[in-house]
Design a protein around this ligand. Sequence first.
Ligand SMILES: [Zn+2]
Length: 296
Amino acid sequence: MPSIAITPIVASHFATDGGALFGLVPKPIWSRGLPANERNAVPQRANVCLLEWPDGRRGLLDSGCGDPAWFSEKEQRLQAMPPGWPLLQALRDLTIEPDTIDFVALTHLHWDHAGGIGRILEGQLQLTFPQADYFVHAQEWHDACSGNPLLYKSYPADVLAPLQAVANQRLRLIESDRTTIAPGLTMHRSGGHTRGHCAFELQGEPMHLQHPAADAFGPCIKAVYAGDVCLTAHHLRLVFQTAYDTFPLDTRAWKQQWLPRIADEGMVLLFGHDPDRFAAHIAADPRQEFVVTQSL
Ligand SMILES: [Zn+2]
């Protein structure tokens, strides 16, 4: 097994309506963990992972919301997006050029996960990572490109356009429900949040979490990047799920299948949207179903 280096990166800062983020759960309960502001919004991050293999291969799990300058002033205000693009700044700080990213693997194609795959450069909309292959589940690609009005506003045309333009060369559609796309990196279709939503399982011996507090956090042999089926540490309980989930029971089924395994096997759970944590170890709890025992 390869020794993959995992660098968690905040790709975007934004805010979402707290009710939408917790679905059926009453505000007096969810707001204990994640207090809302006067507009009922809660802070979120788009946490992505930079993966590096010993042979020099580099990949990203998800890409965040993209360049805030892409959004209208009203959208930036409503979504509390500060100016500047944290993903590109973080890569710059790591002296990583976008054209050295070999692949981008996407949990799904909602704007807050796939918005970073395109950017406007010299007046042209183009791929942010021009040399990368883009892994997406075929079901997700189909739904995102379908123009289905029932999928209201989830898949803005601009987000997909740069990838659609070069789909023959760059798009890697995953047909099966479980596919290893790089050594130690497996894409599992979860469904739930969207029909084609995938979580990523990482295995290595051991992997290196690149974070100042990683030593105290302990070793990382296996990890799961759960995307939006368990987006923050506040979503560990079965019914704590977003109102955006198109197949809510499948999100719960994913948690029912994976959270006990993550706890029992000491896997690291990586959160796509937690405003305070990139990762956690979890344990079963008789009252709360699962609790965080350690976080990063
Ligand atoms: Zn999301």
